[in-house]
Each structure stands twice: as C-alpha cells, then as structure tokens.
Design a protein. Structure first.
Lengths: 113, 116
C-alpha cells in the first residue's frame, strides 16, 4: 500500500521560531510537493522537487525553503515563522509511471502564535 | 497556462439522489484530469483519473466522471448519494504538453453535503 507520511499532525510554534516539516514517501516517486491549504483559497503550491537536491518554486514560496537530500524525504522549512503561516500543510508525491497522480500525506496543521 | 474551475462552492443533495460536482478546464493539448476527495482534517484521497480512451471513467466508492472535450468539462457523478459522501471535492489537471509537466493545477474545491 502506498504511503506518504508527515512528521506531525498538529504543531504549535511561536512567532520567529524556525520550523521543520518533514515528509517521507515509500513509493520511490521522483516528484514531491508541498502545499498549503486555507479556507476559500484551495491548495496552493509552495515548492516542488523532481529529483534529489532539485527544487522549484511554486506559487507562494516566500517565507519558505525546502530540502531534498534523499529521494524519499522532502522537508519544508519556515525560517522565521509568522502568524500568517498558520495553515494546513500537505505533502504529496507522484511519478511519471502513474501519469503524475499525486499521493497525499495526512497533513500537518500548524499554528503560529 | 492551464486552469481549472469548480463553479460551485457548495452542493447539497438528498441521500439516495444522484449527485453531480462540476469541473471545467482550460489547457492547450490533451489533459490528464483527476478528482480527489478530502474528509475533515485529512489529506486528499484519489478518486479517479482520465488519461485517454473511454470518456466515462469509473473510480472509488461508486463515483464516475465523464470527460467532455468539446465542453472542456470533467464532472464528477454518483447515481445515489450517501451521507458518508459528504466531503470536500477537488478537480485537478495536468497537461503533458506544459513546461511544468510534473505539477497538478487544482480547482478551488466544492463542499458536498448529503442530507439524510
């Protein structure tokens, strides 16, 4: 069974803290993605990666960075968390072998106070 | 550039009645089309996809969708709705001819409520 896991389901951080969100997939997918989901705004792509050490900016990369040192792991980093980064964060992976159908993790609900 | 529109933010239907969740798209070339469902506080789950071939695609939980190239639509349907179908539904598109072929573009989502 395919699986995408995220390090935390719920996370509470203070303004200015550095925050790491981790995503791991066990399907040998080459592509990985980070989205944020906010009510009324749908899913917005933050960053994606199509190979180890490769990354591309999505629609809203400001305030975020990513790291992909191993194929199965894709990390999202909030360098200095702010209250407007309170959101649901979703990780996904895909492969050309399955026509880029994306598999999603359960999400991390991040609250920045 | 490709885009997806879900014209209805909210759809209400009585249990046992047929349901339709609408999706239209704009893309150059032949698209790959997807439907996902999201239950509260969960990630998105794949329902079905259209890649090529038969325009009627059958997916999980009794859902189906029809690809209509002339109307650029990919509406999600189910003959008889269940209360447990109540969730947020997303349509998505990926164009093999686009420069960023690895991305999906998602619609804004439609909240489906099935009333008992």
């Amino acid at each position: 069974d395919v699986k995408v896991t995220q390090s935390s389901r719920y996370l509470v951080k203070r303004t200015g803290e550095k925050v790491f969100l981790e995503c791991v997939q066990d399907m040998d997918h080459e592509n990985m993605f980070w989205y944020r989901q906010d009510p009324g705004l749908g899913l917005r792509l933050i960053y994606f990666s199509y190979d180890v050490k490769m990354k591309e900016k999505g629609d809203i990369p400001e305030g975020y960075s990513v790291s992909r040192e191993k194929k199965e792991r894709f990390s999202l980093i909030l360098e200095s968390a702010s209250t407007n980064q309170t959101s649901m964060y979703l990780c996904a992976s895909s492969t050309v072998r399955l026509h880029y159908e994306q598999y999603f993790g359960p999400g991390t609900r991040l609250t920045v106070t | 550039a490709q885009s997806v529109a879900q014209p209805e933010d909210q759809v209400n239907v009585a249990e046992g009645n047929p349901l339709t969740v609408k999706c239209t798209y704009s893309v150059s070339g032949n698209p790959y089309l997807f439907w996902y469902v999201q239950y509260p506080n969960r990630g998105l789950q794949f329902l079905l996809k259209y890649i090529t071939g038969d325009n009627l695609v059958k997916g999980s939980y009794g859902f189906e969708a029809e690809f209509n190239k002339s109307q650029t639509s990919f509406h999600l349907k189910k003959p008889s709705a269940l209360v447990s179908d109540s969730a947020l539904y997303f349509c998505a598109i990926e164009s093999p001819s686009s420069g960023s072929a690895r991305q999906l573009t998602f619609g804004s989502g439609t909240q489906l409520t099935v009333l008992p």
